[in-house]
Design a protein around this ligand. Structure first.
Ligand code: MAN
Length: 575
């Protein structure tokens, strides 16, 4: 208890020895009776300000050696408010030595070390109040009260940790089960794939077997149709050529001569207004005259695109140059009556009808209107009530002439059989593809590290959101992290799952998501997810400590790896 008395070397030396016994007794009484005099029982057992750890160095029965070994002094100079040791260890309980630490044991709460300059400075620094003993101020011992609050907090925390631990046990069991199930499913799928692959090959062979005769029959049908079309075209050309021959053979002697040819200005190659003998000869096929046979085989194929027959001339005034489109069109075999006649006729009819309408009553007028409509439609469709006349049948049949005829029954059956085989193959192929997709997904899941005991497995496929003032953040464990502006704008990927990223000895406490959307003039966005123990899976916070580098805090029972005592106490040193 020597430290409780201020001792100034050379003045109070005797006083100190005098007090040693008397004061000891007196202060011991004070310790016991006064609730405000905070020096607890432990203080009696070691000099003030000394921690349990250092107590062995302070033995009252021996001289004190400074802890740095710099000096040895009589023990009653310890805590005499005079700094003897270079390291200040002779004054653990006073403010005499600079840079010394004062230790308050804070019984009932946690011990604390304060700079010894704060000893007796009039401010209560330690909850047990032992740093203030000069009488300047009385410090109440608040350690037990604070300790009770602290212990309650720790108890609640322990409850959470233990509940989380229980939940984790389930997560581990579930995770392992899921893994086993996936492994079993993967094996089953691999076997199923073999079966389905065989079926697919069979279906493919059946398809090919059905397609070969189908192709043969279809090709045959198409080829025949091409031949029909070619023959028709030949016939058409022969008719057009014969007509042209008749037109060109002006004197009807069965020969086209140069002078007859020269009457057609379309053969005026140099467009000088006259068809020379040379120009006529070139078009005729280097001869001066041709009969019909030679004309059809040699001349007509060359001039047919150029030639303007009488009908064409009637349609287009000769002054106009033939346009490219006109020359590409083969001469019409079945010419349309000159539009002028038709229009005239139509106009006359309409004129008459209009005239009649003026004289008729409303009812008749309506009927006439209907007739008009029918007349208009007659151009395109046969009147249902009328017997179709020959021309109309021809008109209706006309488009079919250019359409390939239906396949014969045998070919139709071959096509139907091939269609069926194709559908069966498509189905078999789809089955194999579906199995492949499932296998790939399972292999990916089985290849993902869901923790040493598969405890994080249940987080896969879930997403957790958090809203801040500006953004909605989303964490989809083992997939990605995103950020969406709350006031409009598209979602930004802040990183895709890469790996566990805690320190080597504890890697499952942090996740790393990388290769997110590129940051303008910066790196790709990335996110670190720090995991803590909690009784629910919850995204607690999201921040961006560096531009485009994000940190999420996430709590999960999967992180509650240890049980803790439900009745926490302060440790021995704390007591
Ligand atoms: C967006 C957000 C921010 C980020 C900037 C970088 O505004 O993704 O988090 O800092 O882009 O330009």
């Amino acid at each position: 208890m020597a430290e409780t008395v201020r001792c100034v070397r050379g003045i109070l030396c005797n006083f100190r020895s005098f007090l040693h016994t008397e004061m000891l007794l007196a202060l011991l009484v004070l310790h016991v009776v006064s609730p405000f005099y905070n020096t607890a029982a432990v203080e009696i057992l070691r000099p003030r300000g000394v921690s349990l750890l250092h107590k062995p160095f302070y033995d009252e029965s021996k001289p004190f050696t400074c802890l740095d070994g710099s000096a040895t002094i009589p023990f009653d100079q310890v805590n005499d408010d005079y700094c003897d040791c270079k390291d200040g260890t002779d004054e653990p309980g006073t403010a005499a030595c600079p840079n010394m630490k004062y230790y308050c044991s804070n019984k009932g709460f946690t011990p604390k070390t304060i700079p010894s300059s704060r000893v007796n400075d009039g401010i209560c620094d330690c909850c047990d109040g032992t740093d203030e003993y000069s009488g300047l101020i009385l410090c109440e011992d608040k350690c037990r009260e604070m300790g009770a609050v602290e212990l309650e907090q720790r108890r609640k925390q322990a409850e959470v940790i233990n509940k989380g631990f229980q939940m984790r046990q389930n997560l581990v069991a579930d995770g392992k089960q899921v893994r086993q199930d996936r492994e079993a499913k993967l094996n089953a799928l691999k076997e199923e794939k073999q079966v389905e692959e065989t079926k697919k090959q069979e279906a493919q062979a059946a398809k090919e077997a059905a397609e070969a005769p189908e192709k043969e029959a279809v090709d045959k049908h198409k080829k025949a149709w091409e031949e029909v079309k070619a023959a028709r075209e030949l016939e058409k050309q022969k008719e057009a050529g014969t007509a042209a021959f008749a037109e060109l053979d002006l004197d009807g002697d069965g020969l086209i001569k140069l002078e007859e040819f020269q009457t057609h200005l379309e053969f005026d190659d140099d467009v000088d207004g006259e068809v020379t003998e040379e120009e006529a000869k070139t078009h005729l096929g280097d001869v001066t005259e041709v009969d019909l046979d030679r004309f059809l085989t040699e001349s007509w194929p060359k001039i047919k695109d150029l030639y303007q027959g009488e009908k064409d001339k009637a349609k287009a005034p000769p002054a106009e140059e033939p346009t490219k489109g006109d020359t590409d069109e083969p001469p019409s075999e079945d010419p349309v009556p000159p539009p002028t006649d038709e229009e005239e006729e139509r106009e006359e009819e309409e004129e008459e009808e209009r005239f009649e309408e003026d004289d008729n009553d409303d009812e008749v007028e309506d009927e006439d209107d209907d007739d008009d409509l029918d007349d208009d439609l007659d151009d395109d469709y046969p009147d249902e009530e009328e017997e179709p006349d020959v021309d109309m049948t021809k008109d209706e049949a006309k488009p079919d002439e250019d359409e390939m005829p239906e396949y014969d029954e045998e070919t139709k059956q071959l096509i139907a059989a091939a269609d069926q085989a194709r559908a069966e193959y498509t189905e078999a192929n789809k089955k194999v593809n579906d199995i492949d997709t499932q296998i790939r997904q399972l292999e990916k899941q089985l290849g993902t590290d869901f923790g040493p005991e598969s405890e994080y497995s249940s987080l896969d496929g879930q997403c957790f959101e958090l809203e801040t003032k500006e953004y909605k953040y989303k964490l989809c464990p083992f997939d990605k992290c995103t950020q969406s502006p709350k006031h409009g704008g598209s979602e930004t990927t802040l990183g895709r799952w890469e790996k566990w990223a805690g320190p080597e000895e504890n890697k499952y406490i942090a996740m790393k998501y990388t290769k997110g959307q590129n940051c303008w003039n910066g790196p790709d966005r990335s996110t670190e997810v720090r995991m803590t123990c909690g009784i629910e899976n919850k995204l607690l916070s999201a921040s961006e400590p560096n531009r485009c580098e994000y940190v999420f805090d996430f709590e999960t029972p999967a992180m509650c790896t240890q049980e803790v005592p439900t009745n926490p106490e302060f440790t021995h040193e704390e007591l």
